[in-house]
Unconditional design. Structure first.
Length: 457
């Protein structure tokens, strides 16, 4: 028999297709699935109820879904704070090229802990730096997510265009074409789970147009489709990238991606800040997804992505933290607010995004982008039991009548409980699956060790 958890007396934002909301409703979890969602109290006579949660003063939403991150950057936060993207990369690549397995494990734990305690139930990591002899970096990242109890996609990245080829990474920080493809295939075969309730999935993810060869892009796409997994990369992030693509390939980033097989409903790209109308039309036509990273885009002065235009055209859009060397907070729930505010600085002004659109970006939109909208991203019977109880009756939010407005426009709301796959991983803002203080110590130690190694050159 299924074991049930009953949540009652809470405001509920389902983020289903109709944006159904209940001012006071219930959610019933049966093992790792949502059994029922509705108005008022839960049905009477439920069997095998192991726990009842009084949600008075709370808003229940789907768990947040992060669609773009670089976990390893947790141990290089606060550096190169006044740089644009290319200068920032040039400043930090020599340090990043010296990471090893213990550093990556600690950084992954720090990144995951910060997101999980802030309501993220599905995380992803785009890891593309694999220095020779650095250990099993993919295994360390996947292990950290498994231990944290977060649903996870590893975008196994790669780079093969170094400084000697006109790229930005140091020569010793990249892989060969053959090495990258072989290692990526091994990672997919070893770790990818295609099942409905999979906790670990893998995507094929060459880093960016300016750090990988055309052949790595083309063969990476072919590899992903032969293995039945998704594709991820950075796209159209800065004006410098657009200039680079025109100079090197004779076309803009979107046309270049299309020429290498990198548009499609199995593809999502990070940033997509500098997109013209034809670029947006191409993404909409092919159902290519976008990971919108508003804080990072502002931190690196990349610009304001045309999110309202993408949504109007039918482009799937989710939210991303991005690496914490360009978004030091490492939190996704603050991106709900930042996405709304930054997009209102664009041409659409106050009509750019509203609170419910921002919440959808961080939940169902993220599920679409990661190819998991059938399983998660909204509170509906039969979907996975990934959800968050946000406390909204404290000083920070109590005078805001509408709970979704309170969550998005207000201060970062405390997480009373977060469930992933029906298992509670956060209680009253603290992780139940990891020692936050121990993680803080280990990340500081590994950051110091990396800084010392990099200083030696």
């Amino acid at each position: 028999m299924a074991q049930r958890i009953v949540i009652e007396n809470a405001a509920i934002a389902t983020v289903d297709a109709q944006d159904t909301e209940y001012p006071s409703g219930h959610v019933v979890l049966a093992d790792n699935l949502i059994e029922s969602v509705g108005e008022g109290r839960a049905p009477e006579g439920l069997a095998d109820v192991v726990r009842r949660v009084d949600g008075t003063g709370h808003l229940v939403t789907p768990g947040l879904i992060n669609t773009h991150h670089h976990f390893y950057q947790w141990i290089t936060r606060g550096l190169a704070t006044d740089h644009n993207l290319f200068n920032w990369l040039v400043a930090l690549y020599p340090t990043w090229a010296r990471i090893d397995e213990p550093m990556v494990r600690a950084a992954a734990q720090g990144s995951l802990a910060m997101m999980a305690r802030g309501g993220v139930t599905t995380a992803m990591d785009h890891h593309y730096v694999f220095p020779r002899g650095s250990g099993d970096l993919s295994g360390a990242i996947i292990g950290a997510a498994r231990d944290m109890g977060v649903r996870f996609t590893l975008a196994r990245g790669s780079m093969d265009r170094s400084e000697k080829d006109g790229g930005l990474p140091p020569d010793f920080a990249v892989e060969t074409l053959e090495g990258a493809l072989t290692a990526t295939e091994e990672t997919v075969r070893q770790h990818h789970d295609a099942s409905f309730d999979a906790m670990t999935q893998v995507a094929v993810a060459p880093c960016s147009p300016f750090s990988v060869s055309t052949e790595l892009l083309r063969q990476g796409a072919e590899l992903a489709r032969s293995l039945g997994v998704r594709l991820h990369t950075h796209g159209s992030e800065t004006v410098e990238e657009e200039k680079f693509c025109h100079e090197l390939f004779g076309m803009g980033p979107t046309d270049y991606f299309e020429s290498t097989g990198w548009l499609g409903e199995d593809v999502w790209m990070a940033h997509c800040v500098h997109m013209n109308d034809s670029d947006i039309d191409a993404f909409a036509r092919t159902r290519t997804g976008v990971a919108h990273c508003p804080s990072s885009n502002a931190r690196l002065a990349a610009g304001i992505a045309r999110v309202p235009d993408m949504l109007a055209a039918g482009v799937p859009v989710g939210l991303g933290v991005d690496g914490t060397a360009s978004n030091e907070s490492g939190e996704l729930h603050t991106e709900l607010r930042n996405a709304l505010l930054i997009n209102r600085l664009g041409v659409h002004r106050e009509a750019a995004l509203n609170a419910r659109q921002a919440l959808r970006l961080g939940t169902y939109g993220g599920a679409q982008v990661l190819g998991r909208a059938r399983e998660t991203g909204s509170l509906e019977p039969g979907k996975l039991a990934d959800l968050v109880l946000w406390r909204l009756d404290t000083l920070a939010h109590a005078s805001i009548a509408d709970p979704v407005t309170a969550l998005v426009f207000g201060a970062a709301a405390p997480v009373t409980a977060s469930f992933v796959n029906g298992r509670q991983i956060v209680e009253n803002g603290r992780l139940l699956t990891a020692d936050e203080d121990a993680i803080a110590r280990s990340t500081r130690q590994e950051a110091q060790r990396l800084a010392a190694i990099a200083a030696q050159g």
